[in-house]
Ligand binder design. Structure first.
Ligand code: Q9C
Ligand code: ZN
Length: 372
């Protein structure tokens, strides 16, 4: 299977994020993608390709141009304002109660985009967990090109291809970034596939978190079915979306399927949900599945509470490929760095029908594989 990778992600050089007001060591770091790259290169069965430039049009097909402009200039605004900060994060967020009693017309007229970077970050952002630095915009643009080049490979005839996207994308909505995500790589890919083929597209999101951004983008669309397996938002980020009764509206009614799981969910719980998800995907036409692939479902993940093991990723990859549909597999989250490479190898080898043998540990250190 071909892998699309760009070193531009290294410019999104994050070391600290804030969690509930506290600075903590960042989870979404450059080492993540490098661990995966290293393992796939060591495997020998994954030829690498660089992304090609797809321009801005596929991004604004899915995102508000205002979001793109903000992300493009945000860091230079921080610098211009003389703010001495390691990264940009918001000062205020427009909590909806701030506008209680106002009509939607009044809100859109009065609650317009502020001029200061700290206000603009609150206008366009969801949370303080998506620190923005000098190289963020070019990294996020490159991640989109990685996703779209992966689409090109599959539409060009490959059965499957893997885009090593970083930063990830599934929390980014049409007009909002957040949750370590800036542009929604999977949604941009799905939209490009719809436009190129005229077919329906399914998105299978197996990141630990609900992909609120992807759900929002396709909420009232009948041509993109979004199916997500994730931690119940009663206990996990993004808290306000991801419940089973969110099914879409209008032309999208019935096209959104959320499968929230309990804390401690293990391999068998997970595989049962995968079967339900694949059934919902196979119930509609289409020849391509976009996979939002996260490994924060792993038992040792520092921010997840599932109990999956490396073996199950091989099996999930195998079952998804067994649908017979072509796969555009795009990287989302996963924060236990030692195991990321092996978990990615396991998933992708499963999707290719190849057995999984762990890489020799020599020179690789502890790759954190927990026996199934
Ligand atoms: N204590 C993705 O997996 N909250 N995003 C982190 C850490 C934000 C996850 C809390 C989680 C965002 C793509
Ligand atoms: Zn996640």
């Amino acid at each position: 299977m071909q892998v699309v990778y760009s070193p531009a992600h290294l410019g999104h050089d994050i070391t600290v994020e804030t969690f509930m007001g506290m600075p903590i060591p960042a989870n979404e770091v450059a080492e993540r993608a490098e661990k995966i790259r290293w393992a796939l290169e060591a495997d020998g069965g994954f030829p690498f390709a660089a992304p090609t430039d797809h321009g801005e049009a596929p991004i604004t097909a899915v995102h508000d141009p205002g979001l793109v402009r903000f992300l493009e200039v945000a860091w230079s605004e921080v610098r211009r304002q003389g703010l001495v900060r390691p990264f940009l994060s918001a000062d205020t967020y427009p909590n909806r109660q701030m506008f209680e009693g106002m009509t939607p017309e009044a809100v859109s007229r009065l609650a317009r985009e502020p001029e200061q970077a700290a206000g603009r970050a609150g206008f366009w952002g969801l949370d303080t967990a998506a620190p923005l630095v000098a190289g963020t915009y070019s990294a996020a643009r490159a991640a989109v090109d990685v996703a779209l080049t992966t689409v090109d490979l599959v539409l060009g005839g490959a059965t499957s291809a893997y885009g090593l996207c970083r930063p990830p994308g599934h929390h980014a909505a049409r007009s909002m970034y957040g949750g370590y995500c800036f542009f929604n790589n999977a949604a941009i890919a799905a939209e490009a596939i719809v436009r190129a083929t005229g077919e329906r597209v399914a998105i299978l999101d197996v990141d630990y978190h609900h992909g609120n951004g992807t759900q929002q983008i396709f909420w009232n669309r009948g041509d993109v079915r979004y199916v997500s397996i994730h931690a119940d938002p009663d206990r996990a980020y993004p808290y306000f979306l991801g419940r089973a009764d969110e099914v879409g509206e209008g032309a999208g009614a019935g096209e959104n399927l959320n499968l929230p799981l309990r804390g401690g969910a293990a391999n068998d719980d997970y595989l049962a949900a995968v079967d339900t998800a694949l059934e919902a995907i196979l119930a509609v036409t289409g020849s391509v599945i976009v996979v939002s692939l996260g490994f924060d479902t792993y038992g040792l993940d520092p921010i997840g509470d599932f109990a999956l093991t490396t073996d199950v990723y091989h099996e999930v990859g195998r079952r998804v490929a067994a649908t017979g549909r072509r796969l555009v597999v795009l990287q989302e989250g996963g924060y236990h760095r030692p195991s990321l490479g092996e978990n990615a190898r396991a998933w992708l080898r499963g999707a290719e029908g190849r057995a999984f043998d762990p890489l020799p540990a020599a020179g690789f250190g502890d790759h954190g594989v927990v026996a199934g």
